[in-house]
Design a protein. Sequence first.
Length: 198
Amino acid sequence: MLCASMFIFGLSGAAFSSTWDYTNALTPNALITNDSSIPNSNNWYTLLLPAWYDSDLVTEFTISTYGYGDNSAYTIDIWRRIVNNTTAQKIVGFDVNNGTRPFILEMNLMDGNLYRNYQYSNGTWSGLVDTTKDLSNVGLPFFDGLASFQIGYACHFYLDKATLHIEQCQPVPEPTTMLLLGSGMIGMVPFIRRKFKK
């Protein structure tokens, strides 16, 4: 009985991981041209969320912007809103300051930081570098209960794609519940046998 109890308690903390990757790829790439810090109506892009999303269980959550051709002195301003909702909120602004080279801006909602990744002329990438920009304007609970949301951009650059990556620890039903159900069924066997003997 002791071994069985230890096995049950060990399993009660078991879980499995779910992964979600969604890409909104623009073909042809979208030209973002906006002198304002607020996205134009046609500069909003939808990202779908998994039905199982739960901010309390998330272990990874990143939103990445792939672009190139930023030839302005303006910051790339990234906004968020619920689909078809006019209320929007700016998440962060960052000047990639790298001419026409391809870049990736990755918002990591787990640590609340914005990272940048620049492509060099030889085709290699710099790797993710912390921009020290704070993402306090958006938190994981914002996405609870949503099927999708939109990311908006304001600046002057070509948008290749926007991606969403989520990893979540999914709890497994407690084996103790299953054990109780099984024990109850086993306990009914003598009564069923007696009934058939009569």
